[in-house]
Structures are given as structure tokens and as C-alpha cells.
Write a protein that binds this ligand. Structure first.
Ligand code: BYC
Length: 318
């Protein structure tokens, strides 16, 4: 065997030993190309989700029903922007520039979570996003705190702290509406009817149809599979819905057992995977609007970036 091949085999062995021993992989460590590519794809798509996810909620800042509600919504949306920035920074440690990530997003080569391609039609949708969409995101992200790549794991730990406030403020909106008038209760039920299934789709295709799961689990990038996380989310969320008098829009939902704490575990009905793939591939209700908005905002911000670069060059030369 040639020396380069021996060296590579040794490096791979050391990498695998670290993964096995739960030692985080750091940016300057050797890693297989496929591990790097996998992380670049997943972390950048995660970052894009955070940033595109600001749009459906941003739609309601000017129409929040009280000053308190407006302040909470503003703070939440600002947090999402911050999450995007931590994640872009984590992804950049893998050797790809922020400009490149944005170009892939604008060209439609990079994905973002399909859930953000649905419209926010009324105030109850803001409650449903916080409760269900952030609730689904946090279920996934708690698990990703233990991911094997150090910068991604550390970003997740910080993001989870903020995400739990997001989930609770969403649930509070729904709970208040369910304590309100008949019309408010109808709006809350309508919102869960429209957001429940897209929230379940956030976990991705069934494990048997998920091409990336096998490597992701082998390298401990993902710590739990798409279906396992979806089940966890359902088990946690159905009792919350029932507590405030909301009905989960799934006629096939049924209790199939109890967990170790005596809490119910559920089996759910069929997810409409045709709809999922249609939306992922660009044909959802708001795909075009979301991407156009991002591209326009990016173009309009060009002068700000140019000023910042010019200032950086000037101060570096002093
Ligand atoms: N939407 O083999 P699979 C937030 C794609 S934002 C679109 O299972 P993987 C918030 C997948 O990319 C945070 N595409 O992939 C912000 C792959 O296509 P490519 C949201 C999806 O990576 C503002 C193909 O399907 N959270 O919290 O092993 C306001 C096959 O899938 C989706 C994240 O972004 C989807 N739902 O697992 C409020 C989580 N699902 O790449 C809240 C980060 C699958 O081969 N990402 N695809 O072209 C992950 O954890 C994983 O990437 C996934 C998919 C679980 C999503």
C-alpha cells in the first residue's frame, strides 16, 4: 500500500475512534470528505430554514393584537435571525463562504424547511407556528445538541435555550384564544388544522425513505431518526392540544401504549408525502414568494455590505 493511502487509513481510523468515544470533531480535525459534505448540506439548510422562517411571522408584526404581543413577536423573529447567523458561522468552519451558501439558496440548489412555504392567514397562525413549528424544531434540535460536529453542537445548545421560550409563547397564544370567544376558538382550531401536518413533515421522510439517515446515524450527525423524533413530538403535543380543548386533525390517531413515565404514546395517520415532495420541490403555496423576498432583500442590502467591506479595509490599513 502507498504511504498516502496508509496515512488516510490511519486518519479514518482516528476519526472513527473519536466518533465512537463521543469526542467532538472540530474544524481543524481531519474528516472524510463525505462527512464534510453531509454537514455542509445539513447545517446550511438548517441556517436557511431559520432565516426564511422569519417571513411567515414577520407578516404579522404590524398587526399584532397588543403591544405585549408585538414585543414578544419582534423578539422571537430577531432570535430566529440570530439562529441563522450562528448556523451560517458553524457551516463556514467547513470551508464554504456565506456568499456561496446564499447563492445555492437563490439558485434553488439548497433547501429550507418545507413548513415555511405555507401562509400565515390570521393571528392564530402565529400561535400555531410557535407551538407546533418551534415545538417540532426543538424536538429535533435537543437531539442535535449531541451531534458529533463541535460547532453545530454548540450552536444547537444555544438555540435550544431560546427555542423553548418560542414554543411557550406560541402555546400561550393558543391557550388564550381557546379561553376567548367562539370565533377565537374557531380560529385556533382552524390554525391547528392547517399547521399540524406540515409540522409533522418537518421531521423529513420515513426512515425507510430517507437517503441520508444511514450515514447521519453512523457518524452521529443525527442522534435519532426522523420517525423517532416525529413520534416524540406527537406524544408530547397531543396532550397539550387536549388540555386546552383543541382537536388534532388526525382521525387515525390512537393511543398504543404508555411510556416509562406512564404518559400515552400514539400511532398517527398517513402523512401526505405527495404534498410534502411537491412543496419541497418548489410547488408549495408560498415557495416563490419566500425566495423572491429573500433575493430582493439581499439585493437591497448590497450597499450595506459594500460599506461594511470598505470600512473593514480602511480600518485594517490604519
Ligand atoms: N423540508 O434523507 P433525509 C425554526 C429533504 S427553523 C425540506 O431525511 P436528512 C424556526 C432533505 O434535505 C429550524 N426538505 O435528510 C424558524 C433531503 O434533501 P437533499 C428548522 C426536507 O438531512 C423560524 C431529502 O429531503 N429545522 O425552527 O437526513 C420560525 C431527504 O431527507 C425536509 C431544521 O432545519 C423538510 N421538512 O434529514 C419558527 C432541521 N425533510 O438535502 C421556527 C435541520 C427532508 O438531499 N435539519 N428534506 O437535497 C435536519 O434535522 C435534517 O436535515 C432533516 C432531514 C430532519 C430535515
Amino acid at each position: 500500500m502507498k504511504k498516502a493511502a496508509i496515512d488516510e487509513a490511519q486518519l479514518l481510523k482516528e476519526f472513527e475512534e473519536k466518533i465512537e468515544a463521543e469526542v467532538k470533531i472540530e474544524p481543524r480535525d481531519w474528516m472524510p470528505d463525505a462527512y464534510r459534505e453531509h454537514l455542509i448540506r445539513q447545517i446550511s439548510q438548517h441556517a436557511h430554514s431559520e432565516v426564511i422562517g422569519m417571513q411567515p411571522e414577520g407578516n404579522w408584526i404590524t398587526r399584532a393584537p397588543s403591544l405585549r404581543a408585538k414585543k414578544i413577536l419582534l423578539a422571537k423573529i430577531q432570535d430566529e435571525g440570530g439562529h441563522g447567523l450562528y448556523l451560517y458561522s458553524a457551516a463556514e468552519t467547513l470551508g464554504v463562504s456565506r456568499d456561496q451558501f446564499l447563492q445555492w439558496l437563490h439558485e434553488g440548489k439548497a433547501k429550507y424547511s418545507s413548513v415555511f412555504n405555507y401562509p400565515t392567514l390570521n393571528w392564530a397562525d402565529i400561535g400555531a407556528i410557535g407551538w407546533l413549528v418551534d415545538g417540532a424544531a426543538i424536538t429535533n434540535q435537543v437531539s442535535l445538541q449531541r451531534t458529533s460536529y463541535g460547532p453545530y453542537s454548540r450552536a444547537m445548545i444555544r438555540i435550544c435555550k431560546e427555542e423553548s421560550f418560542h414554543q411557550r409563547q406560541g402555546y400561550e397564544i393558543m391557550w388564550k384564544m381557546m379561553e376567548g370567544t367562539k370565533d377565537q376558538q374557531r380560529m385556533a382550531q382552524d390554525a391547528i388544522d392547517r399547521w399540524w401536518w406540515p409540522a409533522l413533515m418537518m421531521f423529513g421522510p420515513h426512515d425507510t425513505d430517507s437517503p441520508h439517515t444511514s450515514n447521519a446515524m453512523k457518524w452521529k450527525i443525527k442522534r435519532e431518526s426522523n420517525d423517532r423524533l416525529r413520534e416524540k413530538f406527537i406524544n408530547k403535543t397531543v396532550p397539550q392540544a387536549e388540555l386546552i380543548g383543541l382537536k388534532v386533525p388526525d382521525d387515525q390517531l390512537k393511543v398504543v401504549g404508555k411510556d416509562q413515565m406512564g404518559e400515552p404514546m400514539y400511532a398517527h395517520g398517513d402523512i401526505d408525502w405527495d404534498e410534502f415532495w411537491r412543496v419541497v420541490k418548489g410547488d408549495g403555496p408560498c415557495n416563490k414568494q419566500r425566495l423572491d423576498h429573500h433575493i430582493n432583500a439581499h439585493e437591497n442590502g448590497k450597499w450595506v455590505r459594500e460599506c461594511a467591506y470598505a470600512y473593514q479595509i480602511k480600518t485594517n490599513n490604519q
